[in-house]
Design a protein around this ligand. Structure first.
Ligand code: ADP
Length: 467
C-alpha cells in the first residue's frame, strides 16, 4: 500500500516528464520540418545565383575564354557545389569538384543532430547516396551558350549558426525538464501535505469516534469540497451516534420505569394478600387487573410496531376521501374539546382523495389530535389543517399547548419517549403512541415531522405523496 504522499509525487513527476517529452518531440519535429523547407529554398536561390553569375561572366567576353572561366572559379558562390559547364558544342569547359570528405563530415553532424531526436523521420536528403543534380541551359542575350550541371549532396550547406540554434533549443528543453522535475517534486510534496493533513485529521477523528469519544468534531482548513463534505459527514455521524447513545440510555430507563411501576403495584398487592395484611377485595383485585391490562397493552403495542416495521401487518389499501374522514374525526372530538375548554379549529380543503388503509390513517389522526388535546391547557387552541399541492397532501395538527424541549425533539417519535414524564403518567400514556403513528405514516410512504417550542405549542406535519 503506497502512501498518498508518494502517489501524488509520482503523479506530478509523470505529468512533468510526459509534458517535457512531448514539448521536446513536437519542437524538434516542427523545427526540422521548417529547416528542410528553408534549406530547399536556400538551394534554389543559390543555384539561380550561380546560373546568373556564370551567364554574367560569359557576357564579359561573349566566349568561354580563360578570363571568364577564372572569374567563375574564383566566385565564392560555387563553393560546396559540383559544377560542370558544357559549351554549345558539347565540350566540358569547366568543372568544380567539392571535397567530399568535408561534405560527409557535415552530413554526419546533421544526421546525428536530427536522428537523435527524430528517429524514423525522413533523413534521405542527408545521406551520401542522395546527390541532387540540376541541369540548366545557359542563355545570354537570348542565345543558348551551353548547359550547366549543378550537383549537391543533401542539406550540407548548414551554417554553424543554424546548428547552434537547434542545439540551443534542445539544451533549453533539457534545462526546462530539469526545472520542471524539481518543481514537480516540490509541488508534489506541498500538495501531498495539503491533501494528507485533513485526511489524517479525519482518520484520527474517526478513530476517536470508534473509541467512543462522540464529542469529536472535525474542523479542517481546506477548501476541497469532497474533504469538507467528508468531514461534515463524519461530524454528522458522531452527532447521530451520540443521539442514539442518549436514546439507548433513556430507552433503558424509560422501559424499566414503564415495567417497574405496574410490577411493583402487583407485587405489593400479592405480598399483602399472601401475608394476610390485606383482604383480596373486589376493588384491590381490580387495581391488579388494571395493571395487568396495562402491561398486556404495552406488550401488544410493542409487537404491533415491530409487525408494521417488518411488514407483517397487511395494509388494506383503497382510495378514500381524506377530507371527509378528517371532518368526521374532528366532529367526534368536539365534545371532549368543549369539556376541556380548548378551541378546535379546522381548515380542511375539500375532496382530497388519497390511497391508503383508512383505519390506520384514522388511527394516525386520532393519535395526533388526542395528543394535542392532552398537552394543551384550557383556553388553548388546536388547529387541524389539510391541504394539497401538485405532488403532496399535507396534514397539520397545530396546538398552543405545553410544547416540547428543543433537546427532546429528536426523540419524540422513539419508543417509550415522554418529554414530560410526570404529566404523561397522569394522562396514562406509555410513550408509544407517536412511535406507532410514525411507523404507520411511513408504511403509507409518508413522512411525519414536528416543530415545537416550550410553552408555545407544537406543530405535527404529515406529508403523504399524491396518487
Ligand atoms: P403518550 O402515549 O405518552 O402520549 P406519545 O408517543 O403519543 O406517548 O407521545 C410521547 C411524548 O411526546 C408525550 O409523552 C409528550 O411528552 C410528547 N408529546 C406528544 N404530543 C405532544 C404535543 N402535542 N404537545 C406537547 N408534547 C407532546
Amino acid at each position: 500500500m503506497k502512501k498518498l504522499k508518494t502517489k501524488i509525487i509520482i503523479l506530478m513527476l509523470s505529468v512533468a516528464i510526459l509534458s517535457v517529452v512531448l514539448v521536446a518531440v513536437i519542437t524538434n519535429l516542427t523545427i526540422f520540418n521548417k529547416f528542410n523547407t528553408y534549406m530547399e529554398e536556400e538551394h534554389a536561390d543559390r543555384i539561380s545565383d550561380i546560373v546568373k553569375m556564370v551567364e554574367y561572366s560569359y557576357s564579359i567576353d561573349n566566349s568561354w575564354s580563360n578570363k571568364v572561366l577564372r572569374n567563375i572559379s574564383n566566385s565564392s558562390l560555387i563553393d560546396n557545389f559540383m559544377i560542370q559547364i558544357i559549351n554549345e558544342n558539347g565540350n566540358v569547359v569547366f568543372e568544380n569538384n567539392v571535397d567530399n570528405s568535408m561534405m560527409r563530415m557535415h552530413n554526419q553532424m546533421m544526421g546525428r543532430m536530427g536522428k537523435r531526436i527524430m528517429r524514423g523521420a525522413d533523413n534521405s536528403k542527408i545521406s551520401d547516396s542522395n546527390t541532387t543534380v540540376k541541369l540548366q541551359e545557359l542563355i545570354v542575350d537570348g542565345k543558348r551558350i551551353g548547359t550547366i550541371e549543378i550537383g549537391y549532396t543533401g542539406n550540407f550547406i548548414v551554417s554553424q549558426r543554424e546548428v547552434d540554434f537547434t542545439k540551443g533549443i534542445n539544451s533549453s528543453i533539457l534545462y526546462a525538464s530539469i526545472i520542471s522535475i524539481i518543481l514537480a517534486i516540490i509541488l508534489g510534496l506541498y500538495n501531498s501535505k495539503v491533501m494528507s493533513q485533513p485526511i489524517l485529521k479525519i482518520t484520527n477523528a474517526a478513530n476517536n469516534i470508534r473509541e467512543g469519544d462522540l464529542d469529536t468534531k472535525i474542523q479542517i482548513k481546506n477548501d476541497a469540497r469532497e474533504l469538507i463534505e467528508l468531514s461534515e459527514a463524519i461530524n454528522h455521524l458522531a452527532q447521530s451516534l451520540k443521539e442514539q447513545q442518549i436514546l439507548r440510555k433513556r430507552l433503558t430507563t424509560d422501559i424499566s420505569h414503564e415495567l417497574r411501576t405496574p410490577l411493583t403495584i402487583l407485587l405489593s398487592h400479592i405480598e399483602a394478600f399472601s401475608d394476610g395484611v390485606w383482604q383480596p377485595t373486589k376493588e384491590r383485585l381490580s387495581i391488579c387487573r388494571d395493571e395487568v391490562i396495562r402491561l398486556k397493552k404495552l406488550v401488544e403495542q410493542l409487537k404491533y410496531i415491530t409487525d408494521i416495521e417488518n411488514h407483517r401487518v397487511e395494509l388494506e389499501i383503497e382510495s378514500f376521501n381524506l377530507s371527509e374522514l378528517l371532518e368526521g374525526i374532528v366532529e367526534s372530538f368536539e365534545y371532549e374539546f368543549q369539556i376541556k375548554s380548548v378551541r378546535l379549529e379546522r381548515h380542511i380543503e375539500e375532496n382530497i382523495i388519497i390511497e391508503g388503509d383508512m383505519d390506520k390513517v384514522r388511527q394516525i389522526i386520532i393519535n395526533l389530535i388526542s395528543n394535542a388535546l392532552k398537552f394543551t391547557d384550557s383556553e388553548g387552541r388546536v388547529n387541524v389543517a389539510l391541504n394539497k399541492d401538485s405532488n403532496k397532501t399535507i396534514l397539520e395538527i397545530i396546538d398552543t399547548g405545553i410544547g416540547i424541549n428543543e433537546e427532546d425533539i429528536p426523540f419524540v417519535f422513539e419508543r417509550f419517549y415522554r418529554s414530560d414524564k410526570s404529566r404523561s403518567r397522569d394522562t396514562g400514556g406509555a410513550g408509544i403512541g407517536l412511535t406507532i403513528t410514525k411507523t404507520l405514516v411511513e408504511a403509507h410512504g409518508g413522512k411525519i415531522s414536528v416543530a415545537s417550542e416550550k410553552e408555545k405549542g407544537s406543530r405535527f406535519t404529515i406529508v403523504f405523496p399524491n396518487i
